[in-house]
Write a protein that binds this ligand. Sequence first.
Ligand code: 3H9
Length: 653
Amino acid sequence: MSSPVRYELQDNIGIITVDNPPVNALSHAVRQGLLDAITAAGSDSSEAVVIICDGRTFIAGADIKEFGKPFKEPGLPDLLNTIEACEKPVIAAIHGTALGGGFETALAAHYRCAVPSAKVGLPEVKLGLLPGAGGTQRTPRLAGVKASLDLFISGAPIKAAQAKSIGLIDKIVDGDLLDGALAWAEELVRDDAPIRRSSEQVVPDFDASIFDEYRQTLAKRARGQMAPGHIVSAVEAAATLPFDEGQAVERRLFMECMQSPQSAGMRHIFFAERQASKIEGLSKDTPRRPVDSVGVIGGGTMGGGIAMSFANAGIRVTMIEISDEALQRGLSIVERNYAGSVKRGKISEEKATACRGLISGSTDYAALAEVDMVIEAVFEDPDLKKKIFKQLDAVCKPGAILATNTSYQDVDAIAAVTARPEDVLGMHFFSPAHIMKLLEVVRGEKTADDVLATVMALAKKIRKVAVVSGVCYGFIGNRMLGPYGETTQLLLLEGASPQQVDSAMENWGMAMGPLRVFDLAGLDVGYKAREALSDEQKGDPKTYRVPDLLVEAGRLGQKSGSGFYAYDENRRPTPDPVVGEMIENAAAELGIERREIPDEEIVDRLISALVDEGRKILEEGIAQRSSDIDVVYIYGYGFPVSRGGPMFYADQQ
Ligand code: 3H9
């Protein structure tokens, strides 16, 4: 088998080229190839060595697929020490994204150049890890302690120019990268430039209190996560110990992270997210329909957020409302959101103005005659949705994709009112739609393959993580919330308080406990939905007795100032004794004996409720694969990524 690393001598410069598509990950063969190449370069007539990559990017990191499998020499830390020890100047030439072990490879070179569009970063923290091939030791020696901590803890890549400004890159190459790198190598040889090893540099001065400050902040911000704290310790070792000893500390901390269930969960989600975009039975070559303009029906919070998601990706949006007044209200929500994003420094004023300029409005459906796609985002009334789809069928051009943003309704029944059910599907966004990453794409019985393929590709363009769901009440995510909510109500009646249930779940890692979620969503929503159901459809009365009592007492959740909690003017919750009494009375009326319930039982029963429903969803073929369910819960429902999603967690147990 040929090696994914080539070595050639061009005049007096050795060129090492990595060619391991798609992202040049450091698989065993690449590590071996790099070792062979640097060894060859060390003993031939070359006077300097360039490391460069073919394809779309410089090395994007260690090969994550190899993690957890038996280790094969050469290991990356040793390989990079060998590269750094080379007696000839080694130059890394970066394009695309040099990430993790890839950027650590560049840091082990003696000089680094990059094209202006390149980005570099150490995103290991997003996999529950820390840079483990010398990154935590070499970076602070070049960029200082604070910049390094920020780079490792955020995990976010930075642009080449910024990397240059903090000392991580030496030179920006305009034009062809290889030509530029070779010319620079010649120059370094000519100038007899020193072999500048990162490990031999001295960490710039720093304030000794910085490590404790970061630890304190992280104790709140990254509660329960192992990697961020370990990163601080590894950088502290870099700043206080000789390189070899620091690297030994880094190694120990890296291995602890690697063996933790947290990293296993996060690595699972990395692949699950990418897997979710693949649709069984649909070939990669399925044609896509062009989507350059969309219509959004409904200018509420949801419609506004959806419009922004498209405009942010450069796609023109026409928002439709029933009256001028409603339209102006919708457009002003969008305006306010953009102003807020500018104020918080999320986007520039220019970008906000450009995006805002892509959104126009109308009260006439005729404005949708030429759009490539429409997303209906009105409230959950099946009859209204059907009426709208009839109108869309009449005005939209042939081939336009018609999507409903319903959270629960039967997409097939909506499609059936049109003469083109093959163009119809569900696109279930999560509120606030311009921020939340999840998009459930609901494939109707008759949805055409090219419609599905188009929407999955479009999801990536508008920076959403899309998961395909079949048609059922609530699709994947909301259907699982059903038994989760019911079990929550049983726990209250059996003896737990709302605050005990919420804090047990939040301490376990959920972004928000279930009762705070219900208060946020509004208790009247479920109440209204139940009104339309028969007693049999409503199920066990125990599971909705307390919510009914709350709504009947005018406690609709946050919006009315009280629900399971009382809320102050800043919407901060406090426990309310009235609710405690209501729960006790309901338990007595339903003949339920109350008892002390341990936190572990709360977590166990609630997660089991999710998982049991998840299994049914899988058996019925509503979800394509168990990891899709995990992606839904991580990106849409505040499930802790370090637990890998409900299905992964259950498998681990
Ligand atoms: C590390 O380096 C540890 C070291 O510090 C210490 C070691 C001792 N490995 O994302 P895409 C696959 S930890 C294996 O869709 P894009 C991916 O699964 C690592 N496979 O493309 C997908 O496969 P498929 C630190 C990988 O253009 C395909 O490549 N590095 C890896 O949207 C395309 O990926 C990172 O965390 C990998 N490292 O984005 C970087 N990376 O086609 C992780 C990707 O079968 N990678 N694949 O589904 C990324 O962030 C993005 O992939 C990247 C490209 C930005 C590079």
